[in-house]
Ligand binder design. Structure first.
Ligand code: FAD
Length: 370
C-alpha cells in the first residue's frame, strides 16, 4: 500500500489545476491520470476554449473575473501566453431573451462592455458580417485560452513544485470505508490523507454510489482555413457567438478558425463514444461561417470529438463527498468549465487544505439535487 498526502484523480483541465495549486500551497501532491497528460479522449483537449465573462448568472461573471489574475500569475511563472483577451462579441435580433439577460448581468456586475449595432460591428471588424438589425454585446475582458498549453503548464509547474504525476494509471475503484480514503489502481493501491476526484465524463463511473446526476454528450468542433490568415488573427477578430443559432467561432489560432455548435449532441458514454466526423454538422457550420465571414473561401480542416458532462441545471459540482469529509468532487462542468479551471483548481486545493474557500461556491453544492 502506498501512502500519499493529497491525491488528485484525473488530470484534465480541473485536476491539472488542482495539482498545481496544491503544490503552490506547499503540500505534497500526487496526480493520477489513466492516459497521458494532454490526451485527446476527454473534455479538455484542443488548442482553444472560450474565455467569457458574459453569463446569465452573476456568480459566473464574478468567477471568470476572479480567474484572470490566476491565469496571469501562471503565465508569469511559466513565461507562457495562455489567455488572449480579444474580446467576445455575442449577437442576436433585438429582444432575444438570453442575450438581454446576459447584458443585464454584465451591467449589474460592472463588466466592461459595449452595445453595438450590426453596422458598428461590421465597421469595427471588417471580417465580420453579422445580420442586419442584430444587436451585439462586446465584452472586453473575454477572449480565449490556449487550452492544451494551459494543462501542460499547470502540470509542468506542479512537477516543478514537487508533485508526482502518474500517467497511464487507471483508478479502478475508490474505497471510503476507512478513516482515510483508499484508491485502487491498475498499478497498486494508494491510501491518502485527502482525495480530489476530477474525472470529467468518467466521474459518474467513480461516483456511482452517490448517484450524481451527470449526463455525457458528444460534441464536435471543426477548423476551417481561409485563403489569407491575416484578417482573422486574434489582433483583428474577437471570439464571436450567434445567440440565435447557438454557434460560436474563434479568431485564427492553431490550425485555423475554429467553430462549434453549443447545442447539445447525442447522449453518449466516455468509453463507447463514436469519434467519427459528423459531416452534417461540419457542413452546417461551414455554411454559417460563410455567412458570418463571407469575404474569403473556407476550406475544411481538422476536427475533434469531445464530451460535455452535464448536470441537470448546468451548474458545476464542487463539494465534499457526502460519504467522506476527506474527499472532494469537482465534476459536471457542463460544457463551460475550462475558463475557470485554474480558479477551480485553487478552490479545490483551498477546500482540501484549509477546509474552506473565499470564493462563492454555494451554487455548486450537491445538496441542491436532494
Ligand atoms: C467541444 C467542447 C467545447 C468546449 N468549449 C468550452 C469553452 O469554449 N469554454 C469553456 O470554458 N469550456 C468549454 N468546454 C468545457 C470544458 O472543456 C470542460 O468543462 C472541461 O475541460 C472539463 O474538464 P475536466 O477536468 O472536468 O474533464 P477532463 O478534461 O475530461 O478530465 C478528466 C480526466 O480524468 C481522467 N480520468 C477519468 N477517470 C479516470 C480514472 N478512473 N483513472 C484515472 N484517470 C481518470 C481522464 O482521463 C481525464 O484526463 C468545452 C467542452 C467541449 C467538449
Amino acid at each position: 500500500m502506498n501512502h500519499v498526502e493529497y491525491l488528485v484523480v484525473g488530470l484534465g483541465a480541473m485536476g491539472s489545476a488542482a495539482l498545481y495549486h496544491l503544490t503552490q500551497q506547499g503540500v505534497q501532491a500526487t496526480g493520477i491520470e489513466q492516459f497521458e497528460v494532454g490526451h485527446g479522449f476527454g473534455s479538455s483537449h484542443g488548442h482553444s476554449r472560450v474565455f467569457r465573462t458574459f453569463y446569465d448568472k452573476p456568480v459566473y461573471t464574478e468567477l471568470a473575473m476572479a480567474s484572470i489574475p490566476l491565469w496571469r500569475n501562471l503565465e508569469a511563472q511559466s513565461d507562457e501566453h495562455l489567455l488572449y483577451q480579444t474580446g467576445m462579441l455575442c449577437y442576436a435580433p433585438p429582444g432575444h431573451a438570453s442575450l438581454e439577460q446576459h447584458i443585464r448581468v454584465q451591467a449589474s456586475v460592472g463588466g466592461s462592455h459595449d452595445i453595438l449595432s450590426s453596422e458598428e460591428v461590421n465597421s469595427r471588424y471588417p471580417a465580420l458580417h453579422i445580420p442586419n438589425g442584430n444587436i451585439a454585446c462586446l465584452t472586453h475582458d473575454s477572449g480565449f485560452l490556449h487550452a492544451a498549453l494551459a494543462i501542460r503548464t499547470h502540470v509542468a509547474q506542479a512537477r516543478g513544485g514537487g508533485a508526482e504525476v502518474l500517467e497511464q494509471t487507471k483508478v479502478k475503484g475508490i474505497d471510503l470505508t476507512s478513516r482515510l480514503p483508499e484508491v485502487e489502481t491498475d498499478r497498486g493501491r494508494y491510501r491518502c490523507e485527502h482525495l480530489i476526484i476530477t474525472a470529467g465524463p468518467w466521474a459518474g463511473r467513480l461516483l456511482q454510489e452517490i448517484d450524481v446526476p451527470l449526463t455525457v454528450t458528444r460534441q464536435q468542433k471543426f477548423y476551417f482555413t481561409p485563403q489569407q490568415r491575416a484578417p482573422f488573427l486574434p489582433e483583428h477578430l474577437p471570439v464571436f457567438c450567434d445567440y440565435m443559432a447557438n454557434f460560436y467561432g474563434f479568431p485564427y489560432f492553431g490550425p485555423g478558425v475554429k467553430v462549434a455548435d453549443d447545442n447539445l449532441g447525442t447522449i453518449t458514454d466516455p468509453v463507447a463514444i463514436n469519434r467519427d466526423i459528423n459531416l452534417e454538422t461540419q457542413a452546417m457550420l461551414k455554411q454559417w461561417l460563410e455567412q458570418v465571414m463571407p469575404e474569403t473561401r473556407w476550406t475544411e480542416g481538422e476536427f475533434a470529438t469531445c464530451m460535455y458532462t452535464l448536470t441537470p441545471d448546468r451548474d458545476f459540482i464542487i463539494d465534499y463527498h457526502p460519504a467522506h469529509p476527506r474527499v472532494l468532487i469537482g465534476a459536471g462542468f457542463s460544457g463551460h468549465g475550462f475558463k475557470f479551471s485554474t480558479l477551480i483548481g485553487r478552490i479545490l486545493s483551498d477546500l482540501a487544505i484549509a477546509g474552506r474557500t473565499d470564493y462563492p461556491i454555494e451554487p455548486f453544492h450537491l445538496e441542491r439535487f436532494r
